[in-house]
Design a protein. Structure first.
Length: 169
């Protein structure tokens, strides 16, 4: 027996008040896995790292903001980094960088879907960090997804360098 999911319009999604904000994919409201202490701690550390450099780097750092990645999809990265500033309440222009921090209940297939949505939108870098194993991955449109072995997350044009050792100190 199959169960049909009730589809929700974009307008309904945007006007609803969810206890924990949800992704929206082609009419379906998808709950996000909530992190534990390690997830929350790392999210704060990374957000603080970028936020403390926001003026020097001319960036806007937005944790857990809805981003319209396509007309029928909204994703909520753990952290979005935009070049310059934005007045958009729900960004429709691609962030420069989206950061995903894995939660214990995350399934890789769902994470890949999120990464692909960001890259299709035009996000230049997606970082995925597993706080438990301390494995880090970077996805770009040119190179796809790859594991970073030297412990330093990087971008180019502009260049950002984030040593994981500083985040886990």
């Amino acid at each position: 027996m199959s169960t049909a999911r009730a589809l929700v319009s974009v307008e309904e999604y945007l006007s609803a008040d969810y206890e924990v904000d949800c992704d929206y994919v082609d009419g379906e409201v998808l709950e996000r896995n909530m992190g534990d202490r390690d997830h929350a701690w790392l999210q704060m550390a990374i957000g603080s790292y970028f936020f403390s450099r926001r003026k020097e780097w001319n960036i806007t750092v937005l944790p857990e903001i809805r981003i319209r990645v396509s007309p029928t999809r909204f994703r909520i990265p753990d952290i979005a980094v935009l070049l310059g500033d934005t007045e958009e309440k729900i960004p429709t222009k691609p962030p420069f960088l989206c950061i995903e921090i894995l939660s214990p209940d995350d399934r890789w297939s769902r994470v890949e879907g999120r990464i692909n949505d960001f890259l299709k939108m035009g996000v230049r870098y997606v970082w995925v960090i597993d706080p438990e194993s301390r494995q880090i991955y970077m996805a770009t449109p040119q190179d796809g997804l790859r594991e970073i072995k030297d412990g330093v997350l990087r971008t180019e044009n502009p260049e950002f360098r984030v040593p994981l050792s500083e985040l886990f100190a």
